[in-house]
Design a protein around this ligand. Structure first.
Ligand code: ATP
Ligand code: MG
Length: 461
């Protein structure tokens, strides 16, 4: 199978903000006789008429030369203000400009010292570079900067697999070398609507049988799991990715007993939709934390903890995710019973974005509406008075905090609308508290006198 692409056809598909930088890289490489190719994911997506997410370029030296300085090409091509980040271990360079990121690599070959470890890399040929990849549909390259039509380079029959919509590995021990490819397949297959080819299934079964997953570090696993949730932004349903892993029996190979309980599926699907089409604007948000909250919630507490350890989840997140089911039950019951927007605000203030998403995805519809209204509107409302304004009323410390909370609730419940009304309410509350305190003191006073009287009486007696 052979496919040709026109130069303009390729350039039109690249993200527009990367065009200028890509053309500069091509020009700089050509100046020293090297060739630039678009490689991997972007070629696959271009041929599938899908939007290209990130641009991966490969530099191939002139015939007869052993290598080129990719960093020097990137630096020469970088526009003013662009950053060039070199990863010497992998021979890759990232060109970062305001709106775009381009990864540039020297063609390289890889060898795995032991299964599951990161590979040793060294300069290699274009063909070696393509044949070290995960799936044949990602082992495609197309030269940029050719005068006429550019022929897609396809040493592993990836074009045929692209047409048949299947993920095929390049050799039977591919999953032994790098078991994280199974997690990549689980993301890629539902995203592209592909299935895992029969020989890839059997290669995966072999890797599972030989315990290859045990050799992968927790950090590498967690990074792949993180992508199952962050890729929801580009249309992946995280539940589908995890379901693939469950169907392929990969989950118990990550941690014995780990599965995908039916109870988590609906919540995970909802999370995918909330990430793809945000219902409220978010600041910093780590989708994987909400994802693990929801995925692991129905599992036993011991399995939750073991899984978090296996994925090398660290710091406060461990307790947060492990304790999520208890927090969820308490919070959702209170949110359901809450009377008014102020009460909802008091329950959710202080929750981070990860917690709000996980609660939203676990909630019944009526509570979901409350959460969305709070996240999209109420939480950003500012009080028309400050603590400083209230100092004049003679309050300080926790009493001042409580009063501010009371005014905030009144604002969200529509009882006060502006500064004057807020201060009037504060004064009224302080006055009524003072009246209450005086009344309480009066009630106590006679009791004290009579006690004193009794003491005197006793002494006299
Ligand atoms: P996406 O659209 O998600 O970016 P992609 O295929 O471009 O998909 P990347 O993670 O950007 O995925 O990786 C770029 C390329 O590097 C892939 O197309 C693949 O050829 C290769 N690759 C990435 N991870 C592996 C791996 N674990 N083993 C072999 N090749 C890999
Ligand atoms: Mg990519």
């Amino acid at each position: 199978m052979s496919v040709e692409l026109g130069r303009d056809e390729i350039l039109q598909h690249l993200p527009i903000e990367t065009l200028e930088s890509v053309e500069s890289v091509v020009a700089e490489a050509e100046r020293i006789g090297a060739r630039v190719l678009l490689v991997g994911g972007p070629v696959r997506d271009l041929l599938l008429h899908r939007p290209i997410r990130d641009v991966d370029l490969l530099i191939e030296p002139e015939a007869g030369r052993s290598g080129v300085d990719v960093g020097a090409i990137a630096r020469a091509a970088a526009a003013e203000g662009a950053r060039v980040v070199e990863h010497s271990r992998f021979g890759t360079v990232r060109l970062e400009a305001a709106a775009c990121t381009i990864d540039i690599a020297h063609a390289r070959r890889e060898c795995y010292e032991r299964p599951g470890a990161l590979p040793q890399v060294e300069p290699g040929t274009l063909e070696e570079d393509l044949l070290r990849r995960d799936f044949t549909v990602n082992a495609l390259a197309v030269p940029l900067g050719c005068a006429g039509p550019c022929v897609v380079i396809d040493p592993a029959n990836g074009l045929r697999d692209l047409a048949d919509r299947r993920l095929r590995v390049l050799h039977p021990r591919s999953f032994h070398d790098d078991p994280t490819r199974a997690l990549r397949a689980a993301r890629l297959a539902p995203r592209l609507g592909f299935s895992l080819a029969r020989d890839a299934r059997s290669a995966l079964r072999g890797a599972l049988r030989d315990g290859a997953f045990g050799a992968v570090s927790g950090d590498r696993l967690r990074r792949e799991i993180e992508k199952c949730f962050s890729d929801a932004a580009i249309g992946l349903d995280p539940a589908s990715a995890l379901r693939q892993l469950a169907d392929w029996h990969v989950l118990p190979a990550l941690e014995p007993g780990l599965g995908l309980p039916r109870e988590s599926l609906t919540a995970l699907r909802r999370l995918g939709r909330a990430i793809a089409h945000p219902l409220w604007r978010t600041g910093r948000f780590r989708p994987w934390v909400s994802g693990l909250d929801l995925w692991l919630a129905p599992q036993s507490p011991a399995l939750r903890r073991r899984t978090l350890r296996r994925f090398s989840v660290r710091g406060d997140w461990v307790k947060r995710i492990a304790d999520f089911p208890a927090l969820r039950d308490k919070r959702l019951a209170a949110l359901e019973a809450a009377r008014g927007r102020g009460a909802v605000d008091a329950l959710l203030t202080g929750s981070d974005e990860e917690e709000v998403h996980a609660l939203y995805c676990s909630a019944p519809p009526a509570v979901q509406r409350r959460i969305v209204r709070w996240a999209a509107e109420d939480r950003a409302r500012r009080l028309p008075v400050s603590g400083h304004d209230l100092l004049a009323l003679g309050l300080s410390g926790p009493a001042l905090g409580r009063l501010l909370g009371r005014i905030r609730a009144a604002l969200l419940d529509g009882e006060v609308a502006n500064r004057e009304e807020a201060i009037a309410l504060a004064e009224e509350i302080v006055r009524s508290r003072a009246r209450g305190t005086r009344r309480a003191a009066k009630k106590k006073a006679p009791a004290k006198r009579s006690a004193g009287g009794r003491r005197k009486a006793t002494r006299r007696g």
